[in-house]
Structures are given as C-alpha cells and as structure tokens.
Write a protein that binds this ligand. Structure first.
Ligand code: SF4
Ligand code: SF4
Length: 76
C-alpha cells in the first residue's frame, strides 16, 4: 500500500481558523479543495505551540491557551 499526500482545504494556507477561505471568502469543509490550493507547511506529530511561528505573537488566535503540549489549526 502506498500512502500519499492529499490536497484539501485543511492543508491549504488560505484556510482560516474559522474554517473560512481567506482567498474566496467562503466557508469550506475539510474534505474540499479547489484549484487555488496552496500547501501550508504541514503539521507533524512534533508540532506544538512551542515550535509555532505564531507563539506569543499577535497572529496566535488562542493566546490564553497557547503553551507546551497545545496545538491548533493555525500552527505554522
Ligand atoms: S483556496 Fe481553495 S483549497 Fe484553499 S482554502 Fe480556499 S477553497 Fe480551500
Ligand atoms: S495556539 Fe495555535 S497559533 Fe497559537 S501558538 Fe499554539 S499552535 Fe500556534
């Protein structure tokens, strides 16, 4: 069995934490994709707030919850 990467809104850099697409201003589902998909730096099992570019910046949507062992869809 070959395991492949797939493109969907969940790994697109245009997906907002609200599950809206910032490029098309529409609400999207995780199993959707469009031709404007752009891969976001992907999450891994080692991802957490401490290695997130948004940690302790204004870009973090969850500043009161961010910390060791925590993670959200806005990780980058
Ligand atoms: S650009 Fe396309 S793939 Fe990316 S979030 Fe928007 S609708 Fe989804
Ligand atoms: S809460 Fe999300 S955006 Fe904020 S530091 Fe953690 S992973 Fe990054």
């Amino acid at each position: 069995m070959e395991v492949k990467s797939i493109s969907s809104c969940i790994n697109c850099e245009n997906l907002l934490p609200s599950f809206d697409c910032s490029k098309h201003q529409i609400e999207v589902d995780l199993d959707k994709v469009c031709s404007d998909h752009t891969f976001k730096k992907s999450l891994s099992k080692n991802s957490n707030c401490l290695n997130c570019d948004n940690f302790k910046t204004k870009a973090c949507p969850n500043p009161s919850l961010a910390g060791d062992g925590m993670l959200c869809f806005s990780w980058s």
